[in-house]
Ligand binder design. Structure first.
Ligand SMILES: Nc1ncnc2c1ncn2[C@@H]1O[C@H](COP(=O)(O)OP(=O)(O)O)[C@@H](O)[C@H]1O
Ligand SMILES: [Mg+2]
Length: 238
């Protein structure tokens, strides 16, 4: 059996004291190297779970262990370092930095993490070469690579830049929050296959969240958040 990269136990989460419980999960585990799909309707707590797994927020009770590190045992600065070192994140709106070029956006994680920087240097002929390799592999047109204004790229191209940035420096965990929701079905699937390729090559575990269950068969395993989240069942019964 492969080691666990994520081990969640008795997790409780609400956004504010007194607010309704959004997540109540007895157990949730992910093995290293898995490509996992998490589905659930809009508002069911998918993005909230991802914020907990990446240490943007912390549990009200219970524990979230990532690579054997209990995130609730770290202060917020330590969690920021942990995230920069070990987790690539593709946001739904991509969150590219408008005043940086395509390649500069992709190299960004190496500024926040010496570990990612060292990994990227080990994998490529310098940071810029590694950024370009990732962009090419994710099917980014050569001409678009030189554009300065990332905001002028199409949605599909912005998604590729966001994915390359998240993969830069081979983080152990890649988290993708509905990154394909604005693409058509064909392009969604080809994008996911490229993502798989790059994750397998780097030994990266992928957690991919979407409300679109048609993507589910592509993955090693799929979880319905409502099935593991007791808070959802309580809300339904109420
Ligand atoms: N930053 C936040 N502050 C307060 N409430 C939030 C925040 N983010 C999400 N929520 C609430 O948490 C619940 C789950 O939302 P979310 O995790 O975004 O769902 P999903 O990603 O599945 O659409 C919703 O009721 C939402 O309004
Ligand atoms: Mg969401």
């Amino acid at each position: 059996m492969r080691p666990l990269i994520i081990d969640v136990k008795d997790l409780e989460f609400r956004w504010q004291p007194g607010a309704p419980t959004v997540l109540s999960i007895d157990a949730f585990q992910v093995s290293a190297g898995e490509c996992l799909f998490i589905k659930g309707p809009s508002g069911s707590g998918k993005s909230t779970l991802l914020s907990l797994l990446s240490g943007v927020t912390t549990a009200v009770a219970g524990s979230v262990r990532v690579m054997d590190q209990a995130l609730e045992g770290l202060g917020s600065v330590q969690r920021d370092h942990f995230r920069a070192d070990h987790i690539g994140y593709i946001f739904q709106m991509f969150n590219l930095i408008p005043y940086l070029s395509v390649v500069e956006n992709v190299m960004l994680p190496c500024q926040f993490s010496t570990r990612r920087r060292a990994n990227a240097l080990r994998r490529g002929d310098g940071l810029e070469a590694e950024a370009r390799r990732l962009l090419h592999h994710l099917d980014m047109d050569h001409a678009d690579l030189h554009r300065r204004a990332v905001t002028t790229l199409s949605v599909g191209q912005q998604q590729r830049v966001a994915a390359a940035r998240a993969l830069m420096g081979a983080p152990e965990l890649l988290i993708a929050d509905e990154p394909t929701s604005s693409l058509d079905a064909d392009r969604r699937e080809s994008f996911i296959r490229l993502l798989f390729d790059e994750c397998r090559g780097a030994g990266t575990t992928l957690i991919f969240v979407s409300h679109d269950a048609s993507l589910e068969p592509l993955f090693d395993r799929s979880i319905d958040l409502a099935e593991i989240n007791r808070a959802a069942r309580v809300a339904e019964a109420a």
